[in-house]
Design a protein. Structure first.
Length: 74
């Protein structure tokens, strides 16, 4: 199904977002980080607001597992 494939691709983008937070920001990673952030921020922003203050760092993980659960349910 197309929806599952799109969710799977988006989950890879979320994983890339997690990995990019571990890398130092330089010319190479800066442009990639901007692209990935532009794709993930629309869903991460509401999650960060919903999570408690200390849990905001976990928004990417929550989003990833939410996508996995959604794919399993479809």
């Amino acid at each position: 199904m197309l929806i599952i494939q799109l969710l799977e691709v988006y989950s890879y983008i979320v994983v890339a977002s997690m990995v990019l937070t571990w890398l130092p920001v330089n010319g190479t990673t800066r442009s990639l980080t901007r692209l990935v952030d532009a794709l993930t921020e629309p869903l991460l922003r509401p999650l960060r607001k919903a999570l408690p203050q200390g849990g905001q760092n976990w928004a990417r993980v929550v989003l990833y597992f939410g996508l996995v659960v959604l794919m399993r349910l479809i």
